[in-house]
Design a binder for this molecule. Structure first.
Ligand code: HEM
Length: 414
């Protein structure tokens, strides 16, 4: 790339770029300054408008009737290139994130009572136990991969317990989750894979979930699987595809995003020792710090919408049918909203980040994610005496939920 490429040539979307270089913050900073709503047409992708300013993402997200989620809700390269094979023309899942009102609200209402602040607050003690168990097991080892042996574990255990998934199936849930979010990562693909091969994990997941729901219909329990199994819409059981898709969404979004926030939070704290010292001095800062960690790491990098009619956004003429990609990670560094946006401050307040989205599709699991993070970093501050990176950090090749794949660490724990 030349020193100052034209805006059209900036790579803000390929999985490879995120895998090799991380989030394109320099590119976004330029876009926010020079062309905050910019039309891109990179090779292998259908065109899209990149929306990089905080205010514009709010404007789009709060008008679901103008910018719908059905269709192209994430930007992927054209899979296989054949008509009808793209994810938006032939979606492998029909879930909250690619549904629109009024249907969207009906499905959300089926499970939202499990995610209210009150319902989530009750989990705090259990989360502290889970987190302490993880650190207990780490004591006496000295070196591990932080991502796979620490970050994945607490949010995975919490969401599988809420769903009522047996402990011995955690590994399976983790495998399908990695295959889902790593769909563009060479580590999770084989050469020559077709669309069906690449989505094979979905068939495995659907079979597993179907059996579990059948068990709960016979023998109901106090868990989310029972809630899904007994759900009704207008007095009838919802269509199986929608039910399984939304279950899958909760099962994978319920921990992968949070694990990336935990990994991102660790990197931020190690790179900013003064902030880590503040947290150690007052571990209760982890509550407010959870917000800064989500702003800083922005685990969900983008979602996309489709315009249902012509619309003018920041002076750009968006036509009906155009894709509009909302880059939350860029909005979370918007100089017009955040003082010193490129400074990580564990006690930043106020912190109006868009890490959980905004409007109709605001993250259903936001309160759970916040509590996971608050408890994790409180226990971390109390128990980890030292931690340093002792090998290469590897990142997932993905531009949807791109996080760290491996962070080798050396540590001392109390
Ligand atoms: C730090 C962790 C997390 C981040 C950064 C995050 C981010 C997001 C974002 C940006 C959206 C908005 C989608 C859109 O606008 O189209 C979203 C939606 C969603 N999230 Fe999260 N999330 C996290 C944790 C969780 C957890 C723990 C759950 C647990 C169930 C969860 C479940 C969902 C669901 C079901 C939706 C769809 C909501 C809808 O479309 O109405 N998320 N999340």
């Amino acid at each position: 790339m030349s020193a100052n490429p034209s805006l059209d040539d900036l790579d803000i979307i390929t999985a490879q770029r995120y895998g090799e270089l991380g989030y394109p913050h320099e590119e976004w900073t330029r876009l926010r300054r020079e062309s905050p709503v910019h039309r891109f047409q990179p090779e292998g992708y259908k065109p899209f408008w990149a929306v990089t300013k905080h205010a514009d993402i709010i404007e789009v997200s709060k008008q679901p009737e103008v910018f719908k989620s059905e269709g192209r809700f994430i930007l992927f390269p054209e899979m296989d290139g054949a008509p009808g094979q793209s994810l938006e023309e032939n979606p492998p899942l029909k879930m909250l994130v690619n549904m629109d009102p009024p249907e969207h609200r009906d499905y959300r209402a089926l499970i939202s009572h499990w995610f209210t602040p009150r319902a989530i607050r009750r989990l705090e003690e259990r989360l502290a136990d889970i987190t302490n168990e993880i650190f207990d097991e780490l004591a006496g080892r000295g070196e591990v991969d932080f991502v796979n042996e620490i970050a994945v574990r607490q949010p995975l255990r919490m969401i599988t317990e809420m769903l009522g998934i047996p402990r011995d199936k955690e590994g399976f849930v983790l495998k399908v989750t990695n295959e889902n979010f790593g769909i563009e990562d060479p580590e999770f693909q084989r050469e020559g894979d077709t669309r069906e091969d690449r989505l094979g994990f979905l068939t495995e997941a659907f079979t597993f979930v179907t059996e579990l729901m059948e068990e709960r219909r016979r023998d109901p329990r106090e868990d989310l699987t029972t809630v899904f199994a007994q759900a009704t819409l207008n007095g009838e059981a919802p269509p199986v595809f929608e039910l399984l898709s939304n279950y899958f969404l909760v099962m994978v979004a319920g921990h992968d995003t949070t694990r990336n926030a935990i990994s991102g939070g660790l990197l931020a704290l190690l790179e900013n020792p003064a902030e880590l010292a503040k947290l150690r001095a007052d571990p209760s800062l982890s509550e407010i710090g959870a917000e800064e960690i989500v702003r800083w790491s922005t685990p969900v990098n983008h979602f996309s919408r489709t315009a249902t009619r012509d619309y003018v956004l920041r002076g750009q003429n968006i036509s009906a049918g155009d894709s509009v990609a909302l880059f939350y990670a860029s909005a979370n560094r918007d100089e017009e909203i955040f003082e010193d946006p490129f400074t990580f401050r564990i006690d930043r307040d106020p912190n109006p980040h868009l890490g959980f989205g905004v409007g109709e599709h605001f993250c259903l699991g936001a309160h759970l994610a916040r509590l996971d993070l608050k408890v994790f970093f409180r226990v971390f501050a109390e128990r980890v005496k030292s931690m340093e990176i002792c090998g290469p950090v590897e990142r997932l090749h993905a531009s949807f939920v791109p996080g760290a794949k491996r962070i080798p660490v050396r540590y001392e724990i109390e």
